[in-house]
Design a protein. Structure first.
Length: 103
């Protein structure tokens, strides 16, 4: 993360102290840990968070964390949407479509 923040000037848009990533100390998905830590870092209850995920394990982790809204974003190796349909509020093919789920 240090490399990306330094070379892409990400500090202009993001607070490094609030970013959560797999640094080897977080229990992997589908455990909810990464989402619970992210919600805590920004001072929100998971039920007030929107999660965008592209994997079945990620969607299960967000669900296990109690995320308020989970949106499936299609990728080059899409999972079968029917497997997650009950856990998500919808699907998108790009981040521009996310505006339909915010608000």
């Amino acid at each position: 993360m240090d490399f990306y923040f330094k070379n892409l000037n990400l500090h202009e848009w993001f607070d490094f102290g609030k970013i959560v990533y797999d640094n080897g100390n977080i229990v992997p998905k589908p455990a909810p840990d990464i989402f619970l830590k992210a919600a805590s870092n920004i001072g929100l209850h998971p039920a007030n968070c929107l999660v965008v995920e592209d994997s079945l394990t990620g969607i299960k982790a967000a669900h296990n964390a109690g995320a308020g809204k989970i949106v499936f974003i299609e990728n080059d190796e899409p999972i079968e949407y029917r497997k997650v349909k009950k856990l998500v509020v919808g699907k998108i093919s790009n981040l521009l479509e996310l505006k339909n789920f915010i608000g």
